[in-house]
Design a protein around this ligand. Structure first.
Ligand code: COA
Length: 258
């Protein structure tokens, strides 16, 4: 089953639902419609007993450039029911294993969504970045909570305050990814791992994931809501407007007034 009109391909086979970013000409940046398609697919996969594993993947050249900036300017998320926040809640509370394959740029939510995946495989061309501050914004996806836990405060501060990209080997070192592979093999490696998972008893997978996340899901959802309120407010403020307008006009932003 494919839904190319949403720029998210949904393919179900052998107990594995694969969600593929399919908007390479725009670097797989994610529109409202794409967030809605991702949220719908995850909500359906959570309920469907025939689905055992979800894979999220992009292209060997790019995973995702994060939120579509034009979309954010035109129709910023107005409430917690917005597709982006619905997607984040769906992935953070998804009960079955999620495997990600990441090659090329993974910007903003392209990196933070990985904090909610169980296994992450990266191409050696993967470049992770969370340039929220550079866009006049704040972290989302509970990354302000999870990154300090995972990286330690100072490395998280470097990633979130400076927003500079770090490559696959650095991501491997801090435990954000499981393995680094050639980009052309990355999606296949993720699929192979997903097939291994799909052959295991689903009840044991779900219970093991539930136990590993016990006590964490509620604080994560709470942090997402807190971040979402700030993020939504900041989208309308001068720093973000300047950053987004500068991106659309292909110039450097001028934050001297922000
Ligand atoms: N939103 C909307 N369009 C985007 C986009 C985004 N986040 N990222 C890339 N695009 C578009 C570009 O505008 C360009 O469109 P055009 O061909 O119509 O001009 C096209 O995708 C190719 O992007 P380009 O910047 O030329 O590719 P690149 O290979 O030089 O750089 C990135 C790739 C991902 C490093 C760069 O596009 C980038 O930094 N994007 C913005 C990332 C970002 O800030 N995301 C928001 C996080 S909240």
């Amino acid at each position: 089953m494919s839904e190319p009109q949403t720029d998210i391909l949904v393919h179900a086979e052998g107990g594995i639902t694969t969600l593929t970013f399919h908007r390479v000409d725009k670097k797989n940046s994610i529109t409202r419609a794409m967030y809605a398609a991702l949220a719908d697919a995850l909500e359906a996969a959570a309920q469907d007993d025939s689905v055992r594993v979800v894979v999220i993947q992009g292209d060997p050249t790019v995973f995702s450039a994060g939120n579509d900036i034009g979309d954010f300017l035109q129709q910023p998320p107005a409430s917690q029911d917005s597709p982006v926040f619905r997607f984040l809640r769906a992935i953070a509370s998804f009960p079955k294993p999620v495997v990600a394959a990441v090659c090329g740029p993974a910007v903003g939510i392209g990196t933070t969504l990985l904090l909610h995946c169980d296994l992450v495989y990266a191409g050696d061309n993967a470049a992770f970045s969370m340039p929220f501050v550079n866009l006049g914004l704040c972290p989302e996806a509970a990354s302000s909570l999870l990154l300090p836990q995972m990286l330690g405060y100072h490395r998280a501060a470097e990633a979130l305050l400076l927003g500079e990209p770090f490559m696959a080997e650095a991501a491997l070192e801090v435990g954000l990814v499981n393995r680094v592979v050639p980009p052309t093999e990355c999606n296949a490696v993720a699929q192979a791992q997903a097939r291994k998972l799909a052959a295991k008893p689903l009840s044991a997978l779900v219970e093991t994931k539930r136990l590993m996340k016990l006590g964490q899901t509620a604080p994560v959802l709470e942090r997402m809501a807190t971040e979402g309120a700030s993020f939504g407010r900041m989208l309308g403020e001068p720093a973000a407007r300047e950053a987004f307008t500068a991106f659309m006009q292909k110039r450097k932003p001028d934050f001297s007034q922000c």
